[in-house]
Design a protein around this ligand. Structure first.
Ligand code: ZN
Length: 184
């Protein structure tokens, strides 16, 4: 089932997600719906707050971008209760967008390398080191479960320049090929 994407200005996007366990009601269905919604919206990642749930769950499939970023070849994973344990010292700038902030792309600085632990879709513990665009997508989705958005990293000048577009999103004056849920 396709789920509507909650967009910029909705308070659920600012909540810190809570951890979940294998007993989380309807997990399988929810997990399946998140994949379906992400692929339908042409996203490479989707976090639970974006479908209105403040829980620590996100899914990523970076393979559509593997031509440009080889580290994304086969990078398809579910992250439950993720915790970033370590950030590498070097930062890189690259362009990011977000299904919750349609029509806006901006350059965002992110550490090139991270170490992360999480539970996979079978609630088995995993720990790994990620680099490059894989590390970037994970940090973007991880921010969602921490109540943060990529526009938070912009300079005051860039923020001022896109303020009108952000305001337009909050009232639904934006085109998307997927269903959205506006802030009330
Ligand atoms: Zn996003």
């Amino acid at each position: 089932m396709l789920l509507p994407i909650y967009v910029y200005g909705h308070p659920v996007l600012r909540k810190v997600g809570v951890e979940i366990g294998p007993d989380y009601e309807g997990f399988e269905e929810l997990h399946k719906n998140m994949w379906e919604t992400m692929y339908h919206s042409d996203g490479v990642g989707l976090a639970a707050p974006q479908i209105g749930l403040a829980i620590r769950l996100f899914v990523i499939d970076g393979s559509p971008m593997a031509d440009e970023f080889p580290e994304l070849e086969g990078f398809k994973k579910t992250f439950i209760n993720a915790e970033i344990l370590e950030y590498g010292p070097d930062k890189e700038w690259d362009s990011e967008g977000c299904l919750s902030i349609p029509g806006i792309r901006e350059e965002v600085p992110r550490p090139h390398r991270i170490r992360i632990k999480y539970l996979d879709e079978n609630f088995q513990p995993q720990e790994e080191v990620l680099e490059g665009f894989a590390a970037r997508i994970v940090q973007h989705e991880y921010d969602h479960i921490e109540g943060k958005l990529f526009v938070d990293y912009l300079s005051p000048l860039r923020k001022r320049l896109i303020k009108g577009k952000l305001n337009a999103i909050t009232v639904g004056k934006v085109h998307t090929d997927y269903r959205i849920r506006l802030p009330k």
